[in-house]
Design a protein around this ligand. Structure first.
Ligand code: ZN
Length: 203
């Protein structure tokens, strides 16, 4: 199982980090050791003093595919949920300055939280999907799939040119604006179309 993540897929988030708008999807991968499921807590890593949450729509791959055309991409997804792409922003800033890869900042153990998933429906491909993150009961991120630069079908078409997608892989689709730090003792709660999917403790 692998976790494929998309960076810079929402214009408002690109602006808040002063990044350039990409001409192709920005893709990076987290290993299976990054996966954190909803039965666990997130333990603050010792190598960072500025870990940020990034709430993202997550899709799960339901069958193997390579070079998938966007018009068939929906057939390769079996579930949707929410994820948090935990990012050691201080480590990432140092790596970005030097033009180095991001893995130490984004692919460490526990950096890919995935909520419980629900089966995908046809409506998920035609209607906008809204989602929200609350930190300690206060709303900090509101997203909508309509605001993605590349939707999930376009992302699958792009990603599958480079990587075979396998059953059980997750695709994190990028974060909207509102990213910010977490601290030990915080509780993050995620909502998909108004339904609470998780409470995650930071320890
Ligand atoms: Zn992200």
């Amino acid at each position: 199982m692998k976790i494929i993540c998309v960076g810079r897929n929402y214009v408002d988030h690109i602006k808040e980090l002063s990044n350039d708008r990409p001409t192709d999807p920005v893709i990076f991968i987290k290993p299976d050791t990054a996966l954190l499921d909803s039965s666990q807590a997130f333990y603050y890593p010792s190598f960072s003093k500025d870990v940020h949450y990034e709430l993202e729509l997550v899709y799960r791959i339901g069958k193997v595919g390579k070079n998938i055309e966007s018009k068939f991409a929906h057939k390769y997804i079996d579930a949707i949920g929410l994820g948090i792409d935990f990012t050691a922003r201080d480590v990432q800033s140092r790596l970005k300055e030097k033009g180095l890869p991001w893995e130490k900042a984004k692919a460490f153990n526990g950096s890919a939280f995935v909520s419980s998933m629900r089966p995908i429906t046809e409506a998920d491909f035609v209607s906008p999907i809204d989602f929200e993150l609350q930190k300690n009961g206060e709303s900090v991120q509101q997203g909508n799939s309509d605001l993605m630069i590349w939707n999930i079908e376009a992302l699958i078409a792009d990603i599958s040119q480079y990587f075979t997608l396998k059953t059980g892989d997750y695709i994190f689709t990028g974060t909207p604006a509102g990213v910010g730090p977490v601290a030990m003792g915080d509780v993050l709660s995620g909502f998909l179309q108004g339904d609470k999917l998780f409470d995650l403790a930071i320890k």
